[in-house]
Design a protein around this ligand. Structure first.
Ligand code: COI
Length: 360
């Protein structure tokens, strides 16, 4: 297996003034860079055709398996520009490992860590001009993914799979810096034991859309899922993990099992001690959330994810529930942790844990 993605540079790059206009206000997920990484897998040849080339639409037969059975997994990570112009990834090895776990769960072939890292790094190097300048909260969002491209309507693991990485310059995922409100859905659940909750697969996000609509209909920004049996135990938000800060110095987050093992979640747990907090992974009930927000012993709640970084949660609503967190404004520990993560990612503080990987 090769971990080399040779570059075939586009002959029609986005003109610099157009690129600069996009970088001035990139939004999230709407503007893409000039290149993509790709490779194809078949049982006989394994992974082959590795390349970085111009962004090109796929040609798929309408019978392609992914269009029918959603055999697909993806990742999300970012490249950050530092003050000296260098470009870095944040803990990409964790994304590589999670991508492999997601692939196993969806019966897709694994991409090795070396191939995953090479594809991402080579793409960032090819599209370096698209990495936003140091100084704001912008980055180059990278989206590795793979899907079943075999034309076949039988239900079995596909015999042809495409792996790709695309990239888009990204600003803030949530425009509300003042915090978001979550809708605790008892209509929809995200995952059950033995399901695909731990995998980062498109199907989980497709199923989240109805819950997200329900949240919007109730004036909330996002959904907060609870377990499917008792409708009582917190799981995760639509695109982020959830953490609570307590007045007795704990940083509490639901345990793994049916939720996504977030890179930001893991980083926050590791940094908790530096903020005077003890990291605790344990089940959290809606009852506890409601009672402790009311009596002030849960002082802050926030969500953690690559796209959203750390987003303050200032309230929850549910069928019989309307909870305000703290004073209804972002808490100081939340903001300090957010700053800490961003300081690390943008190289504004020393990387004592070896979390950063230089690309340019
Ligand atoms: C991420 O945080 O990277 C995600 O994948 C969430 C999302 C935008 C679907």
């Amino acid at each position: 297996m090769t971990a080399v993605f040779p570059l075939h540079r586009t002959t029609r790059p986005t003109p610099a003034p157009d690129r600069d206009a996009i970088l001035a206000d990139p939004g999230f997920g709407t503007h893409f860079t000039d290149h993509m990484a790709s490779a194809t897998w078949t049982p006989d040849a394994g992974w082959h055709g590795h390349r970085i080339g111009p962004v090109t639409p796929y040609t798929l037969h309408p019978g392609a398996a992914v269009l029918h059975y959603a055999q697909e997994v993806f990742e999300g990570l970012k490249a950050y520009r530092h003050a000296d112009g260098s470009v870095w990834l944040f803990r990409p090895e964790i994304n590589a490992a999670r991508f492999a776990r997601s692939a196993r769960r969806l019966s897709l072939p694994e991409v090795s860590e070396a191939e995953f890292l090479a594809s991402v790094e080579e793409l960032v190097r090819a599209d370096e001009a698209w990495v936003p300048a140091f100084g704001g909260e912008q980055s180059l969002y990278l989206r590795p993914f793979m899907f079943a491209s075999e034309t076949f309507l039988g239900v079995r693991p596909a015999h042809r799979v495409e792996y790709s990485v695309i990239a888009c310059p990204a600003g803030m995922y949530f425009s509300s810096g003042s915090g978001v409100t979550l809708w605790i859905s008892t209509t929809f659940t995200r995952a059950a034991a033995g399901g695909t909750g731990e995998a980062k697969c498109g199907g989980n996000y497709a199923a989240s859309l109805a819950a997200q609509t329900e949240a919007h209909e109730h004036g909330c920004d996002q959904v907060l899922y609870v377990d499917g049996v008792e409708h009582e135990w917190l799981e995760e938000s639509g695109t982020m993990n959830v953490c609570l800060v307590t007045s007795d110095g704990e940083l509490v987050t639901p345990p793994l099992g049916t939720i996504l093992e977030g890179v930001t979640r893991d980083s926050v747990l590791a940094l908790a001690g530096e903020h005077g907090l003890t990291a605790v992974q344990r089940p959290v009930s809606v009852t506890e959330l409601r009672e402790r927000c009311a009596d002030g012993s849960v002082t802050e709640v926030f969500a953690a994810g690559t796209a959203a970084v750390i987003t303050p949660i200032v309230g929850f609503k549910g069928a019989d529930l309307d909870v305000r967190v703290g004073g209804g404004a972002p808490g100081k520990t939340t903001l300090a942790l957010r700053e800490h993560i961003l300081d690390l990612q943008y190289g504004r503080v020393a990387d004592t844990r070896g979390w950063l990987r230089r690309v340019v």
